[in-house]
Design a protein around this ligand. Structure first.
Ligand code: SF4
Length: 234
């Protein structure tokens, strides 16, 4: 992450990189601003978590067991974005659990990643829609700012968007998933690269498409390597 991009993220968050110095304290050393940034981010992350856990911005708060903020490494370079918590996620408070979660873990392992190690996993909606129906537009518009703040804090190198609903919502399109695969999209003010693949729950129902998902994962891995090898080009 170069300094300019980091500064853009922090500006979006309204985080002041420089902590105020006590009167008469010595000048800041170069290591101190980095520590200050980390401290500010950790606090901003915890504040965001608290806000989501108490959120009543849309009607879904009335039927959820708990909000599902996300899981993983808050310093991760990869962000996986799904649609919304299901019944088990709502019970456990963690995204992508159960059989679909196990398949997602296997997909991540296939490209050398692991849940909790350089990957953060979140959904567009933090509260479960009843009967796992599709999110309503007003729910998305209420909840999407939380994901945008997560993205600004995480500064992921790459977003892997899983499933049609998540992809269409994030990218603001109604194009079918097949047309969104195999390309690098960009999301938000910070232009974060996005790659789209199938939702693991869909792959459980349609195992023939696992081969295409593997192509997507290999594509994502090669784009990630390019982005991290040559950050100055992006
Ligand atoms: S879905 Fe999002 S906006 Fe709606 S209540 Fe849950 S956290 Fe709040």
């Amino acid at each position: 992450m170069n300094a300019t991009r980091r500064a853009q993220y922090l500006e979006v968050l309204g985080i002041d990189v420089w902590l105020p110095r006590a009167r008469g304290s010595p000048a800041l050393t170069p290591a101190q601003p980095a520590r200050a940034v980390r401290a500010d981010r950790s606090e901003a992350w915890r504040a965001l978590q608290r806000e989501v856990s108490q959120c009543t911005k849309c009607a879904l708060h009335a039927t959820r067991t708990q909000a599902v903020f996300g899981v993983g490494d808050p310093q991760a370079q990869w962000l996986v974005v799904g649609e919304a918590p299901g019944a088990e996620e709502d019970r456990q408070g963690e995204p992508f659990v159960g059989r679909a979660g196990q398949l997602l873990n296997a997909m991540l392992r296939a490209i050398g990643l692991a849940r909790g190690a350089n990957v953060y996993i979140a959904n567009i909606l933090k509260s479960r829609p009843p009967s796992n129906r599709d999110p309503k537009p007003e729910e998305v518009s209420s909840c999407l700012p939380y994901l945008m703040r997560q993205i600004a804090l995480l500064e992921p190198v790459l977003i892997l968007c899983v499933g049609r609903i998540a992809a269409q919502t994030l990218l603001g399109t109604d194009a079918p998933l097949g047309r969104l695969r195999s390309r690098v999209h960009h999301f938000g003010e910070l232009n974060t690269p996005v790659i789209v693949t199938y939702h693991p729950a869909y792959l459980l129902r349609t195992p023939a498409d696992k081969r295409k998902a593997w192509q997507d994962l290999k594509f994502a891995r090669s784009v990630f390597r390019e982005l991290t090898a040559h950050p100055e080009r992006h």
